[in-house]
Design a protein around this ligand. Structure first.
Ligand code: ZN
Length: 269
């Protein structure tokens, strides 16, 4: 792993890319990197991520408490949502939050990115659901994001922006680029009369490619394999993301088992 200073420099480089690529305005957005189980680097609040130097970067512990911060720099108020990702996904090494124009427009319109329209998006991203709106800097956003963490590597934040995570900072940033590119294509194809979606057979072939590539992270191709069928994946269920909403239309197996157990026990009395 690169040394801490190198990681801080990379955070500045990626901050500049996010700013230059119109993924944030003014002082918006934030990045974090996991150094170890109790040390995390994060960007400061109230500064443009396009103009940072390594001494801007702050360090927090697993609870988000400040370990190190130069001058008046303080960690982003959104660090709570980053920490929730690290807490629930030990495989994650970096988290990126931005407001990319097209992805955020979908988040504002309440439209998840679930339509299978191009191979790279299906293979790399799977689906991008929308985490319900929460007030920034409160635990509402981490709470809304949490239920999607076991199944996805990217979410839209309702009426707000996007959040991506991966094994390292470059991978988490590239995921944000992919989310935005996919959102832009989806938007433009809707302008041209609506996208032509892949059929289930075409999707199954793309999932197979994903499995053969052995890519890290969570994806409907792997979740379906892990869950042995019951979660059919967002693309193969008529464009709906079913993985993240197991309480929506699927039976709650634990509740059924508990109810059956209760009935049997009551008959034994
Ligand atoms: Zn934001």
């Amino acid at each position: 792993m690169a040394n801490e200073y190198e990681i801080k420099k990379l955070m500045c480089d990626i901050g500049k890319r996010i700013y230059d690529r119109n993924m944030v305005a003014a002082n918006d957005g934030n990045l974090s990197v996991k150094l170890n189980d109790n040390e995390f680097l994060c960007t400061p609040t109230g500064v443009s991520k396009g103009f940072m130097t390594p001494e801007y970067i702050c360090k927090v512990d697993a609870k988000g408490n400040v370990i190190q911060a130069n001058g008046n720099f303080r960690p982003s108020s959104e660090i709570k949502m980053h920490m929730r990702v690290y807490e629930k996904r030990p495989d994650v090494g970096a988290v990126v939050h931005a407001h990319p124009t097209f992805a955020t427009s979908f988040a504002i319109a309440g439209i998840p990115l679930t339509q299978p329209i191009m191979p790279e998006a299906v293979i790399a991203l799977g689906c991008v659901p929308i985490a319900e709106y929460g007030t920034p800097s409160t635990v509402e956003i981490p709470d809304a994001v949490e239920k999607y963490l076991p199944y996805y590597d990217a979410v839209l934040l309702e009426n707000h922006g996007a959040l991506t995570w991966s094994t390292d900072l470059l991978a988490a940033y590239l995921k944000m680029e992919s989310v935005e590119f996919y959102a832009e294509l989806l938007y433009k194809s809707k302008m041209l009369g609506g996208p032509k979606e892949f059929d289930k057979e075409q999707i199954a072939k793309l999932y197979e490619i994903r499995r053969k590539m052995g890519l890290p992270g969570k994806h409907p191709a792997n979740i379906c394999a892990e869950l042995n069928g019951p979660c059919k994946g967002c693309h193969s269920t008529d464009g709906q993301c079913s993985c993240g909403s197991k309480d929506a239309d699927k039976p709650d197996v634990e509740a059924i088992v508990a109810e059956v157990t209760r009935k049997i026990l009551s008959q034994m009395k």
